[in-house]
Ligand binder design. Structure first.
Ligand SMILES: Nc1ncnc2c1ncn2[C@@H]1O[C@H](COP(=O)(O)OP(=O)(O)O)[C@@H](O)[C@H]1O
Ligand SMILES: [Mg+2]
Length: 313
């Protein structure tokens, strides 16, 4: 009997949500997690020492440095690099007293903080490690781990670390984990990067740069671009030009209300033009599947809003 065709996305274990600060990475991480959970997957969202906002998005208890359930089939954790370093030390040394001897003093702590990439690796490595966790029956504890990565520059620095470890660190536990993580990250069957952006000039420029770094330097598979906060266009190009040419009714014989309405129309026309130009540049600069999320009116950090966005992913 022919087997039902397996969706390529079914084998994905690790998703990296990347982009400029403030574009909606955490919102998209939450919505993408729900979208997976709706397909019956068990999902863990990993944040990197972030200002915790995910609990508002799920209406859950605040999320700290231990994994907690935030919705059906969705867990979340906010990694504290110091706690992660301790856990990593414990895992590799397998002894609390040895760990305490080595790590539990300011000298070693500040030494480790000063090693380039160590802080990034404790977070990225821990996020990856969650993909290796198993339940009692031997099945993975989480089907998919979603990494809500730090903003572009820091995010890229973080993603460079495993490669650096492979280049410079001699064989041993650290290198073995970095090798396994890097293999999983580079395989489009098991990992993909979601680039989040806004339909505006600077975010688009950063996304094109990010995309280039991922494709040419790091060789990490990009799954899709999510253009967040899209305005549904109200005006045609010709109408925009007319509105943008208006001087706001200052010398037209308009009352206060029509003048205010005209000013609002002009603002909107400008935003729509900026959006159209940004989307054009994005499509010229990046050839990747693109998905659009609307600008929501009202607070987007609510369970209702995140459910709405999840349906569109
Ligand atoms: N589609 C949207 N519509 C309206 N507001 C949004 C949307 N996506 C995100 N936001 C809001 O924008 C702000 C930044 O989003 P956030 O996900 O925290 O960004 P990041 O994690 O990239 O810094 C938050 O206040 C969030 O609620
Ligand atoms: Mg965030």
């Amino acid at each position: 009997m022919p087997q039902p065709k397996k969706d390529a996305a079914d084998s994905v274990r690790f998703v990296i949500v990347a982009g400029k600060g403030g574009v909606g990475k955490t919102t998209v991480s939450a919505a993408q997690a729900l979208a997976y959970a709706h397909k019956g997957k068990r999902v863990l969202i990993v944040m990197c020492n972030a200002k915790e906002r995910i609990s508002a998005m799920f209406g859950s208890e605040p999320v700290g440095s231990t994994v907690s359930l935030v919705a059906e089939n969705v867990w979340a954790v906010n990694i504290d690099p110091n706690v992660a370093l301790e856990e990593y030390g414990m895992m590799t040394l397998k002894s609390r007293s040895l760990y305490k001897l080595l790590f539990d003093n300011n000298y070693t702590r500040s030494f480790f903080r000063a090693v380039p990439g160590m802080q990034e690796w404790t977070m990225l490595g821990k996020a990856w490690w969650h993909t290796t966790e198993e339940r009692a029956d031997g099945l993975p504890k989480y089907d998919v781990v979603i990494l809500d990565a730090p903003a572009t520059g820091h995010g890229l620095d973080m993603l460079r670390v495993p490669k650096v470890i492979l280049d410079v660190v001699p064989p041993g536990l650290l290198r073995r984990d970095a090798e396994r993580a890097w293999k999983l990250f580079q395989d489009p069957k098991t990992c993909n990067v979601i680039i989040v952006t806004l339909p505006e000039e600077l975010p688009v420029t950063e996304s094109i740069e990010l995309c280039t770094a991922l494709e040419r330097e790091l060789l990490l598979p990009i799954g899709k671009i999510v253009v967040n906060c899209m305005l549904p266009p109200l005006f045609s190009k010709a109408e925009r030009a007319v509105l943008e040419g208006e001087r706001g009714g200052a010398d037209a014989d308009l009352g206060a209300k029509p003048a205010a309405a005209l000013a609002a129309g002009k603002d909107r026309a400008i935003r729509e033009r900026v959006q159209a130009e940004a989307l054009h540049r994005l499509s010229e600069g990046i050839k990747v599947k693109t998905c659009f999320l609307p600008q929501l009116f009202g607070d987007a950090a609510t369970p209702g809003a995140v459910r709405d966005l999840a349906k569109r992913l």
